[in-house]
Design a protein around this ligand. Structure first.
Ligand SMILES: [Cu+2]
Length: 243
């Protein structure tokens, strides 16, 4: 009994935390960390203080690195992000099942100082009452892969595509929410070069996430997802009604 319990614990710890491992456009899968900004400190660990600059890209400030390339992406295409642990094998688990919560993807046009980046959200998935699954469950069941459509209605240019997993298992205590952001450097081409009305709801990082914020200070054990509200602004573009 003791041996079995020990093995189970070790396995869980091995897959605690997560990172963005690579990205893909259609069948083109890029190398591990290619176009993804480096992380300061332990690569898999959550952001230590989500009210500080580390919340941007899990590094010091989200500055583009000298000589660090941008991946060209056509507006309107489907962009895939892959969360893994150590490798992309089927045995590798994206994140421990104990780490449940929403996923979010943001875009921010690159500015000379990353402090000035205006971020807007292009994807979110929280809790589904019918399936009883969080985004972390859905993504893990999909081997860590989440797809997002790069909007047609924006401006061409260099962007940071900010992926984020939020694990809520300790979020009932202030500053207990575990954010796992990563930034991909992309150049968007072929857009309509104008935003829809209403335009994106821009936010700043740090700033948007507060210790007592909605969906951040949250007791997942008692609420079980039922009244959960995903943090951050509304998604752009707004979901189109089927015609
Ligand atoms: Cu963790």
């Amino acid at each position: 009994m003791v041996a079995v319990a020990l093995v189970a614990t070790v396995t869980q710890q091995a897959f605690a935390h997560t990172q963005l491992y690579n990205v893909a456009i259609g069948t083109t899968v890029y190398d591990k960390y290619e176009y993804i900004q480096p992380v300061v400190g332990p690569r898999l660990s959550p952001v230590a203080d989500f009210t500080q600059k580390e919340i941007r890209c899990r590094n010091t400030d989200g500055s583009s690195l000298p000589n660090s390339p941008y991946l060209s992406v056509k507006a309107g295409t489907t962009f895939s992000v892959n969360w893994h642990h150590y490798n992309a094998s089927l045995q590798d688990n994206m994140v421990s099942p104990s780490h449940r919560g929403p996923c979010m993807i943001y875009l921010g046009k690159v500015t000379p100082s990353p402090d000035d980046i205006q971020w807007f959200k292009i994807y979110e998935l929280g809790f589904n009452k019918e399936t009883n699954l969080w985004c972390s469950d859905v993504a893990r069941n999909n081997h860590g892969k989440v797809d997002v459509v790069i909007p047609k209605d924006l401006e061409d240019g260099n962007y940071l595509l900010r992926t984020e997993l939020l694990a809520l298992h300790k979020a009932a205590a202030p500053m207990g929410a575990q954010f796992y952001p990563n930034c991909v450097q992309i150049t968007i081409t072929g857009s309509n070069n104008k935003f829809l009305t209403p335009p994106p709801a821009y936010v700043k990082f740090p700033g948007e996430y507060q210790p007592n914020g909605k969906g951040i200070l949250y007791d997942i054990r008692t609420d079980k997802g039922l009244t959960y509200v995903i943090p951050g602004p509304v998604v752009y573009p707004p979901v189109q009604n089927p015609s």
